[in-house]
Ligand binder design. Sequence first.
Ligand SMILES: *Cc1c(COP(=O)(O)O)cnc(C)c1O
Length: 373
Amino acid sequence: MIRLLDLAAEYHELKTEIDAAVGRVLESGHFVGGHEVTALEEEFASYCGVQHGVAVNSGTSALHLALLAAGIQPGDEVITVPFTFYATVAAIGYAGAIPLYVDIDPATFNIDVSKIEAAITARTRAILPVHLYGQCADMDPILEIARRHKLIVIEDAAQAHGAEYHGRRAGGIGDIGCFSFYPTKNLGAAGEGGMLTTNNPEYARTAALLRSWGEEQRYRPRLKGYNYRLPAIQAAILRVKLRSLEHWIEARRAFAAEYDRLLEDSSVARPQATPDSRHVYCLYTIRASNRDGLQRSLEAAGIQTAVHYPLPIHLMAAYADVRYKAGDFPVAEDSARTVLSLPLYPQMTTSHVEQVASNISKLAPRVLSYSNR
Ligand SMILES: *Cc1c(COP(=O)(O)O)cnc(C)c1O
């Protein structure tokens, strides 16, 4: 059985240090806030190349507080994509704002920057691009459009720790970056966690206040806030894992390059990495025309895969919106029908990659035609 990912293997790689870090927190009796949390904020902000990090209890909370800190008001519009994990859209709703969807680019699965301007209205206040699967959205045109229309740019970098775009790290390209430390992300806690990153001290201060009941002083809230704090034990574990993140990303990239090479002889479409950027392969996601059949056959061969994501947000009953209907975002809708994520994690082996790839080449062979050289 080749699994999509193996979180226990990640723990075993760092067991001694993680156990010691957890023990330290338990012995300290300091479970909420404190040194581990502030140290993680400093270390992760510096990793992203930004001034401020605000640790929170999930990526969703990071997105919610980013929108509030940026001054998004009820009724404001936020431009995002319909092809993402729905936390992106849920957070816009938590802030009372309205999501406006823009279709994705078929090559990268990220927002199609050529379609953003047509979606902007007088009530639009922000653009929320998602760096899907570990590759940054095309940020330069996004920042340029935002500057011209005076919009805030909030990056959903939940899948993109360490990803780079034109020399800048994810989370430090727009006005605010939002990360998740959910266990399956490239940097994962032993539970839930998240972080907001920014160079703007006002945004950082507001987000830090809102994260803990809006309190500047205990029991004297200055704002109506939330309980969005990151537990100290999670911060301690994340600090240990952060030291391995670069090494893990390089392992992911090497396995992805191996998949790229071995899948050349199949009919599936491999993920495309854009030039002058660093894809961190939180997910290695292919496209296959007979996706469901391929997934079933791989499962029968003992290979676990997953679909991220089977339904675009505008077609989910829970997120139904009278402004949108089937057919509105053809690239997102086609992606939902064809994408398949293959096993990929830093502790897997080249032999795993070879087995997965040879099964796919057998099940979905390259269709030869006269146009093929
Ligand atoms: C995981 C994820 C989130 C939400 O993060 P949580 O920590 O699970 O709340 C948001 N956006 C994207 C794109 C994600 O993958």
